[in-house]
Design a protein around this ligand. Structure first.
Ligand code: PLP
Length: 422
């Protein structure tokens, strides 16, 4: 038999960036234990957090027939009633919002939620030309790039680059470049941003929210790393929500990526649409993450875990990794690092590299260092931008010794290939 793939089949099976990334990650974990894992977005294993999930699982096993109900019952396509009610109350208490359970839907991971949202909103329309999702700050999360059933689902904008010191920079939304017209179905940002660790300022977020509202389109905010959980965000910025915002959360970076639990907070009609799509594509959601986490939301334990364990853990690891970076790069390498305000990554920029970062990635892999070459994160740009081939993403959160070795090898390889700075 020859497998004849449909157009969608071909799109879903081609070697996309996210496939390469997840493949590398899986192979490195199972076949190459010597590999320094600085590629994927796997959260770190934090013993104090793992103890909590182990304890919760024991409680589930001991709690009447909760374990059997968790495994044996299909959930509704919107998610577990109890979890959703508790979460609505929790978010209202934390942020003074006015959410009802009808404002929350669960999906099988937030990756899954984005597939629904992008394709529910953008692409071919019932009437009129096709629409796109606007990413106001490129580079943006690799995992969105290939999610469109329609080709070219995204249009994105180059940022302004602000140099904070000789080796540190920050991207800002370049509002002069943003063009919002009838062809834009929604605006979307990740905050904290994967891959850069950027946290868009309150001012940027408020301006984007206003622009979306003025144009009658939703503003999607991907809060996979932000507050209130997992709180891998190193400033006191609070998430914003209003009925024009679709806020996405995830249990993954709490150390539960295996449970595949994503959460959307949005106006009722969005939740109904996502639940309907969920019943067609997935029937129902996994129950395990919701069952493990619900009592911790109710009792406040999740918040203390985030504030006292998870956030300090990542903040310390990122601080250490940046210190090692400066030490290993020294003064003879032309390098810049994006200010790390959250998420799991250092975003490194080598303006005078004589090779592309795809080539650098290959050379690093030969030396057992796995990173992600930056070009995958630059999609939807209307023009070419050499910057796309000058950056890499490095996961700073794994074992500190491995991160130190990995950064030293990156520095060596960059030093070998860098042109003299101009
Ligand atoms: N959004 C961002 C910004 C991410 O970094 C990730 C995963 O790394 C996701 C969404 C998807 O996460 P999950 O499907 O595990 O909830």
């Amino acid at each position: 038999m020859t497998l004849h793939l449909s157009k969608l089949g071909q799109k879903l099976t081609r070697r996309s960036g996210i496939l390469e990334l997840m493949d590398d990650l899986g192979k490195a974990m199972s076949e190459h234990p010597e590999m320094r894992m600085m590629g994927g977005g796997n959260p770190a294993r934090i013993p104090a957090v793992e103890t909590v999930w182990r304890r919760r699982m024991a409680e589930v096993l001991d709690d009447g027939d909760l374990y059997e109900r968790m495994l044996a019952n299909y959930d509704t396509p919107q998610g577990q009633r109890l979890f959703i009610e508790t979460l609505a109350r929790f978010l209202n208490q934390q942020f003074g919002w006015d959410l009802m359970p009808a404002n929350i839907a669960i999906t099988n991971g937030s990756q899954n939620a984005f597939f629904y949202l992008f394709n529910l909103l953008a692409g071919e329309q019932v009437s009129g030309p096709a629409k796109r999702i606007l990413l106001p700050l490129c580079p943006e999360y690799i995992g969105y790039a290939d999610q469109g059933v329609n080709p070219e689902l995204f249009v994105s904008c180059r940022p302004e680059i602000k140099h904070l010191d000789a080796h540190t920079f920050k991207y800002h939304v370049d509002f002069d470049r943003l063009q919002i017209d009838e062809s834009v179905a929604a605006i979307c940002v990740s905050r904290p941003t994967n891959p850069t660790g950027n946290v868009l300022t309150n001012d940027e977020v408020e301006r984007l929210a206003r622009l979306a509202e003025d144009n009658g389109i939703p503003f999607i905010v991907d809060n996979a790393y932000g507050a209130p959980f997992p709180s891998i965000i190193f400033s006191e910025i609070k998430p914003i929500w209003n009925p024009n915002i679709i806020l996405s959360l995830s249990l993954s970076k709490l150390g539960l990526p295996g449970t595949r639990t994503g959460i959307l907070v949005a106006r009722e009609e969005v939740i109904e649409a996502v639940s309907a799509a969920n019943s067609i594509v997935s029937l129902a959601n996994g129950n395990i993450g919701q069952t493990l986490v619900e009592p911790l939301l109710k009792g406040g334990e999740l918040m203390s875990l985030c504030h006292n364990v998870i956030r300090p853990f990542y903040e310390e690891r990122s601080r250490q990794a940046i210190a090692v970076l400066h030490e290993t790069m020294g003064d003879d390498v032309d390098y810049h690092v994006h200010v790390c305000e959250g998420a799991l990554f250092l975003w490194l920029w080598f303006p005078n590299l004589a090779i592309t970062t795809q080539e650098l990635y290959q050379r690093l892999k030969q030396r057992d260092v796995l990173v992600v070459p930056g070009h995958y994160f630059f999609y939807g740009l209307p023009e070419d931008w050499p910057h796309r081939n000058e950056c890499i993403r490095v996961n700073y959160s794994q074992d500190p010794q491995q991160v130190r070795e990995g950064l030293a090898i990156i520095a060596e390889e960059v030093r070998k290939t860098a042109q003299p700075s101009s």
